[in-house]
Design a protein around this ligand. Sequence first.
Ligand code: URP
Ligand code: ZN
Ligand code: ZN
Length: 468
Amino acid sequence: MKKLITGGTIVTAADKYEADILIEDGKIAYIGKGIVDDEAEVIDASGQYVFPGGIDPHTHLDMPFNNTVTDDDWESGTIAAAFGGTTTILDFCLTAGEIKLMDAVDKWHEKAKDKAVIDYGFHLMIGDLNEDTLVELPKVLEQEGITSIKVFLAYAKEFQATDRTLYQAFKVGKEMGAVVMVHCENGSVIDELVEEAKALGHTEPIYHALTRPPQLEGEATKRAIELAHLADAELYVVHVTCKEAVDEIIAARQKGYKVYGETCPPYLTLDQSALEKPNFEGAKYVWSPPLRPKEHQEVLWNALKAKQLQTIGSDQCSFNFNGKKRLGIDDFSKIPNGGPFIEDRFSVLYSEGVVKGKITINEFVDMISTNAAKIFGLYPQKGTIAVGSDADIVLFDPRKERIISAETHHMNVDYSAFEGLKVTGEPISVLSRGNFVVKDKEFVGALGSGQYIKRQVKKEETKEVVTQ
Ligand code: URP
Ligand code: ZN
Ligand code: ZN
């Protein structure tokens, strides 16, 4: 059935204007003032912003990690994402040396297909490459419409790639037009610092931060930048947290290197002192790279404002506090790394960024949706409000005030990292390809209705727009 959104203020990365939107067959069919269509269901958006659905380029749902598995799967994770104004996620499909890449992708499809309530794609994570997987990788990227490869330079015992593998990934990325996403920390040196701390008897969560200093993020960022440049490949640095990494990214971009950067809401709003909370509560804030001292927040906001960082990922990777986080009660290095953020990414950026005057509303849309669509090959199908685009739309009440709490969130986790944070602005209704997933703050979607999106290699002119 057709739908007609009336009376709202449409906001894209470029514009803000009052107009109606006619939706037909899941697509935006017409935008204009005073549209009349007797067959359409009318949705009154008076007083609301009409945003393109958020695109979260960084999630880990139902992911085995740190000897356990994340607590949000594709059902609770995508429902929470929708409540939070996100209509597309890009999740990391893990691979391991001994299994075929295609088998790993099939496994990720199995996890998602009967559960996802919003659209999704996969980044393909590579830990190592052998003769077989080097041949298989380009084929899988092509066949599955995957335009992004992920490499970890951290978690030495689990996911970390060698510099040789990283360079090989860049070469494949270059050949296939895929961007290579890198977790930039020096996992081997971190393991040494962890052993030093433990030898001194340190067990508390704060040592997670103290054994992963910003220098090691800066060093790995610089290394990834140089290896990407050597291969003439595109690099996307995930979850940038600190001045040391931002400086490297800015220097590289000023030299014309093809480097993008992402940061995440907790790094913009929380700081390292959270890991010092008593009664093991610091474990709620253990993720990697860790929270930094407060002064790094301003560096990140400035880099976003200056377009040196382009996107906001949630890095959703949740573990219950009265559950899996307790694996590290006697040893900080055993606390599963990650936090619950998928639901709050959109609102925290809007409230802390737009309402507090740090970014404009158009910059907000760019960071929360449009830039990710461009970088990862979803644009203009997604990431904007335009005729022909998917009708992925968020109706957002900019006046609504609320307090973030685990009591009211939809993630399958017993705590919120933003507990008590007052935010202004709330997604009221969310449509995915023209169908309500959330209507007047009630879930009305259907499990399995989310579609896997095959993505397209970016066109040269689209790259320009994001690089500027
Ligand atoms: O601690 C984190 N960030 N967990 C998820 C895995 C990763 O490094 O992105
Ligand atoms: Zn990471
Ligand atoms: Zn992550």
